[in-house]
Design a protein. Structure first.
Length: 70
């Protein structure tokens, strides 16, 4: 096993967004091929990743103190 640097919390959120986007693309391709069962499963997986990404991003946004612009 290769030792790698631990991911930052931002990398994790970005990865979740990428996984969601990839699953959405795969679901669309499966639907186009007529494999509606796989498309439904992939769509569900995409939704799970997208929701996790949204939750993680919201959590991170609450931790960042950005000055309010006038």
């Amino acid at each position: 096993m290769v030792n790698t640097m631990p991911q930052s919390k931002y990398d994790n959120a970005a990865d979740l967004h990428i996984y969601g986007a990839h699953a959405h693309t795969a679901a669309a391709a499966a639907h186009h091929r007529g494999d509606h069962e796989a498309a439904e499963e992939l769509s569900s997986k995409a939704q799970d990743h997208s929701m996790a990404a949204s939750d993680k991003t919201s959590e991170l946004a609450k931790q960042i103190h950005v000055p309010v612009r006038a």
